[in-house]
Design a protein around this ligand. Structure first.
Ligand code: URA
Length: 263
């Protein structure tokens, strides 16, 4: 791909298009070993060797990260007042990263962050039915009636019923005796909610659509409140268990290929 030098440097993390122009003037920027001062020099992202102050700069058109989203952070690219998931990625080069879909502020777990709009569209397109699996803790006891209701689709106040969803009950236990595998990220909120219920059920939910607050609204329709929600997978991509909340890593080439191929 042939692009201007200022775009090349802006896209590789050297500043905005306007301050990169100054940057080129003030620094030793070499294009195929020749010093340049003009921002409109054309470079081939695959072939041209660009270096800044003696260091070669490699162009990556797309970046792909998997994050274990922490609670308290919003799923957005930037926000004037709030910390976003993209703010947490300190090593990013690209300035156009965004989260693929949204998780609520208090939801944790798998979030893909990229600047690949095509992949994002495919993963989120309603017609593609990409499966998302969540671990959920809800107030009260879930039973086979709930499993049936999820599989038949629920009225959550929208025009249409939800698509058939999977509900697999893992464990029912007394509130306060947390037998579950996952700790809620905000213990205070969690304990608060536990006070108002006698039992807690832990379950897996599998959705093929992504409506606003969908998991919470589905349980609400069945008379249960979600007290903990974590996304475990999206299509072929599973949350890396080595990532603690707030941590992220780049997707491997195999994971990217599989996400593309599996849709
Ligand atoms: N469903 C919800 O209710 N919240 C999320 O963050 C994701 C799915």
């Amino acid at each position: 791909m042939l692009i201007r030098l200022d775009k090349f440097l802006a896209d590789t993390g050297y500043g905005t298009r306007s301050n990169v122009k100054q940057f080129i003037k003030k620094n030793a920027v070499l294009v195929d070993n020749v010093k340049v001062t003009k921002p409109d020099v054309k470079v081939d992202t695959e072939k041209t060797v660009v270096s800044v102050n003696g260091k070669e700069v490699r162009f990556e058109e797309f970046e792909y990260y998997m994050m274990n989203k922490p609670a308290g952070v919003i799923s957005a690219s930037n926000d004037e007042r709030e910390k976003t998931v993209v703010d947490l990625i300190s090593e990013k080069k690209r300035r156009d990263l965004f989260p693929v879909g949204r998780l609520d502020r208090d939801t944790v777990g798998l979030l893909i962050i990229t600047n690949d709009g095509k992949l994002s569209q495919k993963l989120l397109a309603p017609g593609k039915h990409v499966e998302k699996v969540y671990l959920v803790k809800v107030t009260g006891k879930l039973d086979e009636e709930d499993v049936k209701a999820f599989s038949e689709g629920l009225d959550i106040g929208d025009e249409k019923l939800t698509k058939p969803a999977g509900l697999s009950i893992l464990e029912v236990y007394e509130a306060g005796k947390d037998a579950g595998t996952e700790k809620a990220s905000s213990e205070e909120i969690y304990e608060d909610k536990c006070m108002s219920t006698e039992f807690i059920t832990e379950a897996h939910v599998t959705l093929t659509e992504g409506r606003f607050h969908q998991v919470k609204r589905m349980f609400e329709a069945r008379g249960h409140e979600v007290i903990f929600l974590k996304r475990l997978s999206m299509g072929s991509l599973k949350l890396d268990e080595k990532l603690s909340e707030g941590e992220y890593r780049r997707l491997t080439p195999e994971e990217i290929t599989s996400l593309r191929g599996g849709i």
